[in-house]
Design a protein around this ligand. Structure first.
Ligand code: CBA
Length: 401
């Protein structure tokens, strides 16, 4: 008797499945605006120069392939926390951060979810509405209950700040509040500095625990420090908080699966104990993380010349997306006769633009125009070239009306 016979076919992933459909399309006009992966103006994947330089250094050095410790490469864990908080931040000086290398952002979020499930039974995580599609899968599979706080306002194509604050205020005391550090996915809408202060106020009032997902540090504004300001604001208030990091986008290390989970505790002793429990969770999950990406980050951030060159390349990538954003706005404004206000395209930040196209309209983008995007109306500007902006504008205008 066959035991696997009864297993059903799983549906394609809402984001990664779009790339599969794109690859199957043979039309030369096809555009992949699905997955959040940077492409050059020639629409090619991009390996940063500093990554190649770091890898050449590593090759010359001839490093071994011994297991890392469960918590990952020590040099990486040091520089990743310093990059996030700033090396002179009190949380670093007082050794109050438990940092564990994770399998990129996803794996780091999953490790944190497992910690929450084990040590905070019944606590829920509040996630933004909408949010990155995989957040719900991660908390569901980690058996951590979640609910949503209002975030996107379709009427203003902006942030529903009042709704966000009241939902966070209404959540049971001690809830985990999942926040996008910068470049909110999928909306591209970030709170202002003043709004971050108020979000910190209400989280402190309710003894909630802030839980940041920082997948785009440096990629949103082009500045590593500016993009970390929300996290640093909360740390400066002396709050305990969790932060998941990823180097997929800002260092282009997508397939190297390099990231980290950081837990800011109230004492160095607590941080040591939290780190030991994160290790206990990681060991049976994947035992220890991959070394290659960790060494690249440690080499790039650890070497002043490479670090500066990385910052220049990141500004170049963020800059290209800003140019594409502007060109798309100009093309839409010039070609659309309906008088629709497209300024939301310029107000949004980071890789994505949340167009407001509904599922049927998004299907039209794909079926008629061969533009691949997620069904929630998100387009990844990282996959768009200046040369293709007018074509995309025509597709969007056609799909809206
Ligand atoms: C907010 C957020 N958090 C975490 C991750 C995880 O990224 P990684 O595991 O590679 O570090 C992504 C990537 N999200 C996508 O860019 C996207 O939304 O297209 C894509 O990589 C993905 O996996 O869906 C993200 O957008």
């Amino acid at each position: 008797v066959s035991r696997f016979e009864g297993i059903a076919m799983a549906p394609p992933d809402p984001i990664l499945g779009v790339s599969e459909a794109f690859r199957a399309d043979t039309d030369a006009k096809k555009l992949n605006l699905g997955v959040g992966a940077y492409r050059t103006e020639e629409l090619q994947p991009y390996v940063l120069d500093v990554v190649k330089k770091a890898e050449n250094l590593m090759l010359e050095r001839g490093e071994n392939k011994e297991y890392l410790s469960i918590e990952g490469l020590a040099a990486f864990n040091k520089v990743t926390a310093e990059l996030l908080f700033g090396a002179d931040n009190p949380v670093i000086k007082q050794q109050r951060v438990a940092t564990v290398q994770g399998l990129s952002g996803t794996g780091s979020l999953r490790l944190a979810a497992a910690l929450i499930e084990r040590y905070f039974p019944g606590a829920q995580v509040l996630i933004s509405s909408p949010t990155w599609g995989n957040h719900k899968n991660i908390f569901n599979d980690a058996r951590v209950p979640w609910s949503e706080y209002r975030y996107y306002d379709p009427k203003t194509v902006g942030l529903d700040f009042e709704g966000m604050i009241s939902d966070i205020k209404a959540a049971p005391e001690g809830s985990f509040i999942l926040l996008h550090g910068c470049a909110h996915n999928p909306t591209g809408i970030d709170p202002t500095p003043e709004q971050w202060e108020k979000i910190a106020d209400v989280i402190q009032e309710k003894n909630h625990i802030p839980f940041f997902d920082v997948a785009y540090q440096g990629f949103a504004s082009g500045s590593l420090d500016a993009d970390a300001s929300s996290v640093r604001l909360f740390a400066a208030r002396g709050m305990e908080l969790l932060i998941a990091q990823s180097y997929s986008k800002n260092l282009g290390l997508y397939a190297e699966r390099i990231g980290a989970i950081n837990v800011v505790c109230s004492s160095a002793d607590a941080a040591a104990r939290v780190k030991s429990q994160l290790k206990r969770i990681a060991r049976p999950m994947y035992s220890n993380p991959p070394v290659h990406g960790a060494r690249i980050v440690a080499n790039v951030v650890g070497d002043p010349a490479l670090f500066n060159e990385w910052k220049e390349e990141m500004e170049m990538m963020a800059g290209r997306i800003k140019n594409v954003r502007q060109k798309l706005f100009d093309s839409l404004s010039a070609r659309d006769k309906s008088g629709k206000d497209w300024s939301f395209i310029l107000k949004q930040i980071g890789m994505f633009s949340f167009t407001g196209l509904n599922k049927t309209q998004s299907d039209n983008m794909t079926n008629k125009w061969h533009v691949y995007m997620t069904k929630d109306g998100r387009i990844s500007l990282a996959g768009l070239s200046l040369a293709k902006c007018e074509y995309l504008a025509d597709a969007i205008i056609d799909s809206f009306h």
